[in-house]
Design a protein around this ligand. Structure first.
Ligand SMILES: [Zn+2]
Length: 107
């Protein structure tokens, strides 16, 4: 079958680790394009990945947040569930820096 993304490669069976938010959810089977490398997963595999993410407590950790003003600076609201997952507490030191289209906060 031809790749619906690049229209150049063909899809071959592949088995890859699915890593979400730095947590390895395990090996899952799908089909990978021989040209662009896009991985296609079936509906049941997507459900299994979702179940694994829920079991590891990382499901729904990525979400929209608001940037607010505090004095002359801007502040990013970190949702409670994300703070608990990363064990972030008020007053903790962090290192903040830019990346390509990202803001990185390291602890
Ligand atoms: Zn492709």
């Amino acid at each position: 079958m031809k790749c619906p993304v690049c229209d150049k490669g063909t899809l071959k069976p592949a088995r890859e680790h699915q890593v979400y938010f730095g947590v390895d959810l395990g090996l899952f089977s799908g089909e990978k394009c021989t040209h662009c490398g896009e991985l296609f997963l079936g509906e049941s595999v997507v459900s299994a990945i979702e179940a694994a993410a829920k079991a590891k407590g990382i499901w729904g950790l990525g979400r929209k947040t608001k940037i607010t003003r505090t004095g002359n600076s801007l502040a990013v609201r970190i949702p409670k569930e994300l703070a608990e997952h990363l064990k972030i507490k008020e007053g903790r030191d962090a290192y903040i820096h830019p990346d390509v289209k990202k803001l990185v906060i390291e602890f």
